[in-house]
Write a protein of this length. Structure first.
Length: 281
């Protein structure tokens, strides 16, 4: 800058100032969005939520090209990713913190992994932050991912960070090694499943059940991604909580869709998505 004439320096400063103004005009202008934007940096911890495919598929019972339940022998048989969610310590969470809408091109190098480990089990579109129809990935990024800043700062990093955490703590393997394997006849003590995770992860998970079957398994992390206990029921602002799990739970086997009875003509919304939609209100 020292070699620039005063006039040129002035022009640079003016153009930077107008850039700042136009950037801030791109930010959400409504009061609640601005508030979310401000609050998003001081969320307390992350939740990595996993889905048990067979339980999700029991609720969807409908085939369409996006439904991972309909991949026949390629259907997922291990816990898959639901999302990585920044939460406040009081149990509430920020949502839709910026207007950065999902762009599949940004994660093009991750698509193979996302299809495999972060599939959707439904056919219905997911509601994105501007109220339009989108994919499961768009919903998770726009609603939760945009609030992960500054720890996770863009879409690519959101998906990569989540995949890496998922690979690092393979909850399916942790449970299998303790004898908790998929079965349509066994029921497992909830306390035993929680202990198995505690012993390996060194923190307490949170489980969500649907009709006695494990539906979600959530791990919680500090903002530096060190494991921490998930908050207990009273602070977990959730419609379906661990209270939804009985003392003995099942880990059902995947039953292919489109075979035998029970194929619904219309998609039945997944319970956890009904919850997600409720959350976003
Ligand atoms: C979203 O999808 C649903 C179901 O396919 C459809 O009824 C609705 O009109 C769509 N909404 C928008 C905004 O596209
Ligand atoms: C997790 O562990 C299971 C059981 O050992 C294994 O089949 C699966 O490939 C592992 N998943 C990942 C993502 O590494």
């Amino acid at each position: 800058m020292a070699s620039l004439s005063p006039k040129l320096s002035f022009l640079i400063i003016v153009s930077m100032a107008s850039l700042t103004i136009s950037l801030s005009l791109d930010l959400p202008l409504s009061y609640s969005s601005v508030q979310a934007e401000e609050k998003s940096t001081d969320f307390g911890y992350f939740v990595l939520s996993h889905l048990w495919p067979a339980t999700s598929c029991r609720q969807s019972r409908h085939c369409c090209p996006t439904n991972a339940c309909c991949r026949g022998s390629n259907a997922p048989t291990e816990f898959t990713i639901h999302g990585l969610w920044p939460n406040y310590n009081d149990g509430t969470w920020p949502a839709c913190c910026t207007k950065k809408s999902f762009d599949e091109k940004e994660v093009s190098t991750l698509l193979g992994a996302l299809e495999k480990y972060w599939p959707t089990y439904g056919c219905f579109p997911y509601i994105t932050c501007d109220g339009s129809n989108g994919s499961f990935w768009a919903h998770e990024w726009e609603k939760h991912g945009t609030c992960s800043s500054p720890v996770v700062w863009d879409e690519y990093n959101y998906f990569l960070t989540t995949l890496n955490l998922y690979f690092k703590y393979n909850v399916t393997r942790i449970l299998n090694e303790e004898g908790y394997v998929a079965s349509n006849t066994e029921k497992y003590p909830l306390g035993g499943i929680i202990s198995a995770i505690q012993n390996s992860f060194h923190a307490t998970p949170w489980l969500v059940c649907n009709h006695g079957a494990i539906d979600e398994l959530r791990l919680c992390f500090y903002k530096d991604f060190k494991p921490r206990d998930c908050p207990t029921e009273s602070t977990q602002n959730d419609r379906v909580s661990s209270g939804s799990c009985p003392d003995y739970v099942s880990l059902p086997l995947y039953v292919p869709l489109g075979v035998g009875n029970g194929i619904a003509e219309t998609p039945i919304p997944l319970v956890h998505e009904a919850v997600e939609e409720f959350e976003s209100m």
